[in-house]
Design a protein around this ligand. Sequence first.
Ligand code: CAA
Length: 256
Amino acid sequence: MSDVILSEVRDNVALITFNRPEALNAINLEVMDALISTVAKYDADKNIGCIVLAGSEKAFVAGADIKEMVDKSYMEMFLVDKQSDWEKFAATRTPMIAAVSGYALGGGCEIAMMCDMIFASDTAKFGQPEIKLGVIPGWGGTQRLTRAVGKAKAMDMILTGRMMDVDEAERAGLVARIIPADKLLEETMKAASKIANYSTPSVLLGKETVNRAFESSLAEGIKFERRVFYSLFATNDQKEGMEAFAAKRKAQFKNR
Ligand code: CAA
């Protein structure tokens, strides 16, 4: 049984930890397959309400495994088209939080950006340094970084290969929260648990509706939001949530 990633469930939150310390958690094919299948397993599990991805203190993930890729030919890359497996990962319905400490470079930054939000420690460093290797980001970095931080900073990062520290990443909109390194996992798990304990239909639809903002015009996005908002009035959890507020008690969501 491979241990390149570790996974465990704490109540209704799944925690997946990259575990290739000798390579700063670089993602080879074994890690990629293990990660994508483990996330798919948790996504299908109705008892899991949030997934957290974490690395070590030194590195979330230092990128795709360069040593594994060095001898690949164009035809191998094109015909196998392994990178498209990330579409499955990015299509995960369950909310995913990346807890980033240390390096999130290349594919590491791209995996963090495929999650729904990034919580980062004060030691986190983000970058797309592929230009130094004679390539460009290949797991969505040119698109997701540009949407997250805008053209000016994305161009700067991708064409110079420089790293962003956590303050710059938070100012630029890449990072949701900065947390001291020794509290990162605890605080991320707390937020994940909070999400996992809300009504699942509203969490799933909230995520889907935010993501719509990246795929549609403002008018279409607003219309989509309104349809989804109305649809939630068909759930028991909407009644429960609003009745609980009026009665000054805690809502007991049943995910129906
Ligand atoms: N692939 C394979 N091995 C890697 C790796 C990577 N992305 N990143 C680090 N490692 C390995 C190193 O080769 C080293 O192994 P050895 O001990 O066997 O020599 C070990 O991890 C420790 O790394 P360093 O000794 O380099 O550690 P450091 O603290 O001196 O430097 C670092 C840290 C700045 C992150 C440096 O390791 C580095 O620059 N790594 C590469 C970052 C990078 O270029 N990432 C992009 C990869 S390409 C990509 O991701 C394409 C894509 O879009 C999908």
